[in-house]
Write a protein that binds this ligand. Structure first.
Ligand code: PLP
Length: 383
């Protein structure tokens, strides 16, 4: 193991209040999930429970192993699946329950893990939004048998693309080591394009260039000249892409070590800003995330339900507010052929409603007045 890999694992472990030998590194978060599912023995005809408000890559990892994704509708306050509904979805074929801390919020984790243990079902926490946050008194990711984190651009801290697995169940690390023997190294081309992306992000992207670059990006995407965070095949098909099961490179590890250092400061800012949003929305009788839900949450984004999403995005662009669009579909960003992923959106009315009405307010923001001014402008549109 390289020196920097050991350092990175130790740094991550320190944040999560765990041991470095429980930390495993991957090219992306989805790859970490795939490795964990495989380690738990998920295979043909097994069922894996997940929220019907997630990224398609989560369902893909299940499907790539021959297993069946079983979706559970979400609660419109926490944007997570409720314990009672998860319980109803369990069958003798259920092998794993995936709990997600959507936008950094978790719910019912203790009830779910207690129940799952009794039933001999594994639990995995999707902590791709929640690195650094807490559920009750313990760090996100430490309640379930295992957890995975993402260090993609838009996640709590970034390595460009990147994934981390945390294994809490003592029976699993040894099996995971064997699964990991199949990991392949990123190619030179992949490393070079990562370095190029770092350059663009760090040297060219700033408050002044953001909207110009957004326009450029849209133009290039329309002409198929850029790769998004998910390759086309992951959104259009359920075939596992070639070179999927990949390691994290040293280039990413170096970024991770550096970027993890500024995370505590960012987390404080995110929470303070979430507080400001809640107060603002509560005073105007709009939908908000109650204080009781986020004492120690990481608040990657602040969810807001609006009547007309397109209109709100239009006004946001005019005011130069970088709104997020998670999740624009129960399996973001898929918009059609849901049956490929065994999803009948009619069965999940809350997730369907949320994906049609949700926008995400940025929480890592210096000038909150600018965002509040924007909220004033769209007040009639906020639910
Ligand atoms: C981003 C995300 C993932 C996947 O993370 P990657 O590192 O991009 O593979 C999984 N689940 C959720 C909820 C996400 O938002």
């Amino acid at each position: 193991m390289s020196n920097i890999e050991t350092t990175y694992k130790k740094d991550i472990a320190a944040c999560l209040d765990t041991d470095a030998n429980r930390i495993f590194l991957y090219w992306k978060g989805r790859v970490a999930l795939y490795a964990l599912l495989k380690t738990m023995g998920v295979g043909k005809d097994d069922e894996v429970i997940l929220p019907a408000f997630t990224c398609v890559v989560v369902a893909n990892a299940i499907i790539y192993l021959g297993a069946k994704p079983i979706y559970v509708d979400i609660d419109l306050q926490t944007y997570n699946a409720r314990f009672e509904n998860i319980k109803k979805a369990v069958t003798p074929k259920t092998k794993v329950i995936i709990c997600q801390n959507t936008f950094g919020l978790s719910s019912d984790i203790d009830k779910i893990t207690t129940f799952a243990k009794e039933q001999n079902i594994f639990t995995i926490e999707d902590c791709t939004h929640g690195f650094g946050g807490y559920y009750n008194q313990k760090p996100n990711g430490t309640y379930c048998d295992a957890a995975f984190y993402s260090t993609q651009w838009n996640k709590p801290f970034s390595t460009g693309t990147g994934g981390v697995a945390l294994v809490n169940n003592d029976n699993l690390p040894e099996i995971l080591q064997i699964v990991n023997q199949e990991l392949i190294n990123p190619s030179l081309k992949q490393k070079i394009s990562l370095k190029f992306l770092y350059f663009v992000r760090e040297k060219l992207l700033n408050e002044h260039t953001y909207w110009l670059l957004v326009k450029l990006y849209r133009f290039l995407s329309r002409h198929n000249l850029v790769l998004g965070s998910s390759s086309g095949e992951e959104i259009n098909s359920i075939e596992m892409p070639p070179n999927y099961f990949m390691k994290l490179s040293d280039i990413q590890i170096k970024k991770g070590i550096k970027n993890l250092r500024s995370l505590p400061e960012t987390l404080v800012a995110r929470k303070e800003n979430a507080h400001i949003y809640t107060e603002y929305l509560m005073n105007r009788n709009k939908n908000y995330v109650p204080f009781s839900l986020f004492e120690n949450h990481s608040f990657l984004k602040y969810p807001l339900l609006v009547k007309n999403k397109e209109e709100v995005f239009r006004v946001a662009e005019k005011h130069q507010i970088a709104l997020g669009e998670w999740f624009c579909s129960p399996i973001h960003p898929v918009q059609k052929d849901f049956e490929l992923w065994k999803l009948d959106t009619v069965l999940y009315p809350n997730a369907d409603y949320a994906s049609k009405h949700i926008v995400n307010l940025p929480t890592e923001i210096k000038d909150m007045n600018k965002v509040l001014n924007f909220l004033d402008k769209i007040e009639q549109n906020v639910l």
